[in-house]
Design a protein around this ligand. Structure first.
Ligand SMILES: [Zn+2]
Length: 338
């Protein structure tokens, strides 16, 4: 039993670290020179000019002509002299642990390949257009009290986006078409990872549930970079909340999509002052607050940091509200929030 739990723990860590090794390894203290993808002496077997870090499969992959291939877990042991247990503990401090990464509790179905999803995202993004005054997205955001004369380029308006549901056999079927707000989710390197969709109808979210969907899983640590970060950056969960924070503070802001992903958020080194605008989930197990403080904790205790970061967390006073609600009430917007 114990070994089974241990294996599950290792698999969980691997899943969380996937695609993030090039950022995690230096954070944990691996010399960046080792990761420069050039041939060099091996940090594991010390052979000369036979080691190369490739991250070929997003597993922190390397190859050594002396001691063979491996991944991030092995590299951490070899390069830092840590035992396996230490490696796992240190990684968990950065990537989290325990609760599942995504909602995969439904019966397993065959997931489309990453490549196919990328093509689909590209096609959908291409069909969409910049948000313009008076279109469905503009109307929706105005109804939420968010009035912008120019919209961030990472947001787009799609006039008629297919809405899919899985049938009994687990196959995706289009059940409707709605106008939608698309948001580009960017990974650590700034490239598009996937899309976030908010289905709309008549200036509101289209459905009670599932109006918001991320196109594909595996976007851990990514964000919707609404406004480019400088030394300062504000962080919020939802797009609407993030825009409200931008309107009220004038600061650059990123949206993390959900609380779980906020906890995993990747931030550039150059950001020194971080303001986290948490949702008040005082009516729902305090998840918003917990993840915001978890991010704050990680940002303030990152290893190998000479000058520290200034991190603040703001939580709206009332349970069940976010900063978009606060913004709405502040500007005297009387629209009842759905
Ligand atoms: Zn070697």
């Amino acid at each position: 039993m114990e070994s089974e739990a241990f294996e599950a723990r290792v698999a969980d860590i691997k899943g969380r670290a996937h695609g993030r090794w090039s950022e995690l390894l230096p954070m944990l203290g691996v010399d960046k020179k080792i990761l420069n993808k050039r041939n060099q002496p091996c940090p594991l077997c010390a052979g000369r000019d036979r080691f190369q870090y490739t991250d070929k499969f997003g597993e922190g992959n390397y190859h050594c002509r002396g001691c063979g291939p491996g991944g991030g877990l092995k590299l951490l042991q070899g390069a830092l002299g840590w035992d396996f247990g230490t490696v796992l503990t240190k990684l968990e401090e950065h990537v989290g642990r325990g609760a599942p990464v995504s909602h995969h509790s439904h019966p397993r179905t065959v997931e489309p390949s990453a490549d196919w999803m990328k093509k689909l995202a590209k096609r959908i993004w291409g069909e969409a257009q910049p948000i313009a005054q008076g279109d469905e997205v503009d109307r929706y955001l105005r109804n939420r009290g968010i009035t912008l004369s120019a919209y961030p380029k990472v947001l787009r308006y799609h006039p008629a986006l297919g809405f899919y549901e899985k049938d009994a056999s687990g196959k995706s079927c289009q059940v409707a078409e709605y106008p939608a707000m698309l948001a580009c989710i960017q990974g650590a390197d700034g490239h598009a990872v996937t899309l976030h969709r908010t289905y709309l109808t008549d200036g509101r979210k289209a459905l009670q549930h599932e109006a918001k969907k991320v196109l594909s899983a595996g976007f851990g640590g990514s964000a919707i970079r609404l406004y480019a970060a400088d030394e300062e950056l504000a962080i919020a969960e939802g797009i609407e909340t993030a825009l409200a924070v931008h309107l009220s503070t004038g600061k650059p802001v990123w949206a993390t999509i959900n609380a779980g992903n906020m906890e995993k958020l990747w931030l550039p080194e150059s950001v020194r002052r971080i303001r986290i605008y948490a949702d008040n989930d005082g009516d729902a197990q305090f998840e918003g607050q917990a993840c915001a403080f978890s991010l704050a904790r990680r940002l303030t205790r990152d290893v190998n940091r000479t000058d520290s970061r200034q991190v603040e967390v703001f939580v709206p006073r009332h349970a069940g509200t976010d900063w978009a609600d606060v913004w709405c009430s502040r500007i005297g917007h009387v629209e009842q929030m759905a």
